[in-house]
Design a protein around this ligand. Structure first.
Ligand code: NAP
Length: 246
């Protein structure tokens, strides 16, 4: 149970983040549903949570902007007095083969996926240390573990998230703050919906379980890592991938 815990889920308007927000709220957490552009979708998530008897609030913030991430964290601490759970889920893809990849597409993916996580962690770590407790859960990817052709920017950002996770885990461990990474394989969301049927078929062939995962597969692990029961687990990368990276 996460009764009365205060949680921020970045990129919670859609896909995996949306499911994590709903799962944490169903377990009793007060959830800040962060989004960048999809205000209406974020409001839908808030409505679904509140109609189910939970507590949630939508807050816009582009996490790739260091100052904006600081303002988000300051707002949460001002409004709720603390932050117990930070889920760095916001992410984008700008896929292309290395030979065709533009500098802009490399920077955009690093700035959102890796720097976005840094921006949020950096701006809340002092508060979590003061609280002598906190849970940081970073959403990485199997692409960061194994690499993936056509995703040099994305794979680098997600491998970076793993390094960030391990360093932060070591720095904050003595004060009861844990930091872990979840590395999903291919999960059915808008991010993977855009893949062509032939790519989907080829990918499925590489998954030992021969199917894409569901957002709930990732959300259930995030909820466990956010719980008191996971208090002695830190610095880990846990794949939710049907056996793909094993
Ligand atoms: P998605 O459906 O495309 O949703 C992405 C979410 O991130 C949206 O809520 C979006 O908000 C938000 N976002 C993007 N840029 C942002 C920014 N600068 N600031 C704040 N929010 C931002 O993606 P998904 O498939 O659920 O993926 C979620 C996470 O899991 C990502 O980190 C992704 O890399 C990772 N992942 C996904 C898969 C998969 O198979 N789907 C596999 C491995 C890892 P707006 O709608 O407001 O823009």
């Amino acid at each position: 149970m996460l009764k009365d815990k205060i949680a921020v889920v970045t990129g919670a308007s859609r896909g995996i983040g949306r499911e994590i927000a709903k799962t944490l709220a169903a377990k009793g957490a007060v959830v800040i549903v962060n989004y960048n552009g999809s205000a209406a979708k974020a409001e839908e998530v808030v409505k679904e949570i509140t109609e189910a008897g939970g507590r949630a609030e939508g807050v816009q913030c582009n996490v790739s902007d260091f100052q904006a991430a600081g303002e988000l964290m300051d707002y949460v601490v001002r409004q709720y007095g603390r932050l117990d759970i930070l889920v760095n889920n916001a992410g984008i893809t700008r896929d292309n083969l290395l030979m065709k990849m533009s500098e802009e597409d490399f920077d955009a993916v690093i700035n959102t996926n890796l720097k976005g996580a840094f921006n949020c962690i950096k701006n809340i770590s002092r508060q979590m240390l003061k609280q002598k407790g906190g849970r940081i859960i970073n959403i990485s990817s199997v692409s960061g573990v194994m690499g993936n052709a056509g995703q040099a920017n994305y794979s680098a950002s997600k491998a970076g998230v793993i390094g960030l996770t391990k360093a932060v885990a070591r720095e904050l461990a003595t004060r009861g703050v844990t930091c872990n990474a979840v590395a999903p394989g291919f999960i059915e969301t808008e991010m993977t919906e855009v893949l062509s049927d032939s790519v989907k078929e080829a990918v499925t062939g590489q998954i030992p379980m021969k199917k894409f995962g569901q957002t709930s597969d990732v959300a259930n692990l995030a909820a466990f890592l956010a719980s008191d029961e996971a208090g002695y687990i830190t610095g880990q990368v846990i794949c939710v991938d049907g056996g793909m990276a094993c």
